[in-house]
Design a protein around this ligand. Structure first.
Ligand code: COA
Length: 196
């Protein structure tokens, strides 16, 4: 079995590669420009919990440690060579589970071009066909119509509803849960998306 990490994935104008501390400048700039766009969907620290990520550098270091343990794949998204967001595979569980969760965000400047549906498909295909995972799950707030379009375009199955599932934008928020297994996309998610 291979962990499938580190890796670089490319399709047309999109490149996915490991997030790095050298992304700090671009990451801060894009986050600053997109503060209002991202805030309603951003993870926050619940009251009483010690924040363990205090800077971009500590975020990257924590993700790199998780990646070395085979528990995460933290991708930077580049569009036409420019840093434009993140796709993070986390909670990778092996053994009889072989599943993982996926989260993502994108610079509003490049939104609306199906960048994220294609990026999610590329990462899911890598998880299935190289890292040999079996199931990918994505949790989305019911209010997040843009993200719901991403899973709709990808044809992911809605598998459940999780009340007060994650601490987002300052409170525990309900989420709709979507999933895909490798058997559901034998030719890959990217192929299926492009053939639609
Ligand atoms: C969700 C997100 C990643 C989608 O990425 P994307 O590459 O723009 O995805 P798509 O191009 O498929 O667009 C999805 C929908 O967003 C809407 N949309 C696209 N561009 C938009 C813009 N500039 N402003 C407002 N809405 C927009 C459209 O309704 C679009 O659906 P359509 O293609 O049927 O018209 C992106 O909107 C984002 O980063 N949002 C903020 C963070 C977030 O929600 N993360 C996910 C948490 S679960």
């Amino acid at each position: 079995m291979t962990t499938g990490w580190p890796v670089r994935l490319s399709h047309d104008e999109i490149t996915l590669r490991p997030l790095s501390t050298s992304d700090a400048g671009a990451w801060r700039q894009v986050r600053r420009n997109n503060a209002d766009w991202l805030r309603p969907w951003d993870a926050t620290v619940p009251p009483g919990v010690e924040p363990h990520v205090t800077s971009f550098r500590s975020l990257v270091r924590q993700l790199e440690r998780a990646a070395r343990r085979g528990e995460a794949m933290p991708f930077a998204v580049e569009v036409d060579g420019r840093f434009a967001g993140q796709v993070t595979v986390s909670n990778i569980v092996r053994g009889s589970a072989q599943f993982a969760s996926m989260g993502y965000w994108l610079d509003r400047q490049v939104a609306g071009r199906s960048v994220m549906p294609r990026a999610v498909a590329m990462v899911a295909d890598h998880c299935f066909f190289v890292a040999e995972l079996h199931r990918i799950e994505i949790a989305i707030r019911p209010e997040n119509t843009n993200s719901l379009r991403v899973v709709e375009k990808l044809g992911l199955r809605e598998v459940g509803f999780a009340p007060r599932y994650l601490h987002i934008d300052g409170a525990w928020r309900d989420h709709r849960i979507y999933a895909v297994t490798v058997e559901e996309c034998p030719g890959g998610l990217l192929r299926r998306l492009l053939d639609r």
